[in-house]
Write a protein that binds this ligand. Sequence first.
Ligand SMILES: [Zn+2]
Length: 124
Amino acid sequence: MASVFTKIGKLFGVAPRKFKPQQVKPALLPDAVAQATGPLERVYKLKLKGNDDPFLTNPIKKGPGTKEQPTLIPSVFDRRIVGCLCEEDMPGFNWIWLYKDQPKRCACGHWYKLKQVKSPLETV
Ligand SMILES: [Zn+2]
């Protein structure tokens, strides 16, 4: 059975050309990293360096959580909201605001303290 292209070629009196993969030159398109600019470029650079948390949003494991040894929460700003999973089977988080130099106790008794850090995006 003749292909559609063959039929069309016969209809117009043109012989269909055979496609040869060797004739196609490989295209050199830049990948997403090469095309990225601005903050996105810095995010890609951090990920290439192995930093998967450029915005400091990954879950943090709780430390001892005492008043003397609070769990340190990194923040670029003077305050940050934190969701405490007080119990493992809790359906939601207990959200608390942390402020610079003000350790805060969650309703479950766990202490948190803001630790000011430089933005990872500024280090690239
Ligand atoms: Zn809690």
